[in-house]
Design a binder for this molecule. Sequence first.
Ligand SMILES: [Zn+2]
Length: 72
Amino acid sequence: MHDLNPQPDGAWLTVPDRDYEELESEILRVHRDSRAGEMQVEFGRIYECPDCGRVMWARPGDSTYVVFAREL
Ligand SMILES: [Zn+2]
């Protein structure tokens, strides 16, 4: 069994490098104006199994997780 149950505080967030400047702008906007609402930039999520190191990754905007096994 792999401990890959998605948990909000156990995830790594991923953003494409090409979207990073937009993300910075969004963070500044949301911090300056509490009425600015939620950020528009979408994050991908990665969870890592603490036992075997497998990761499951959902890319930004995609709810399907792909599992990657560590090479031994
Ligand atoms: Zn595992």
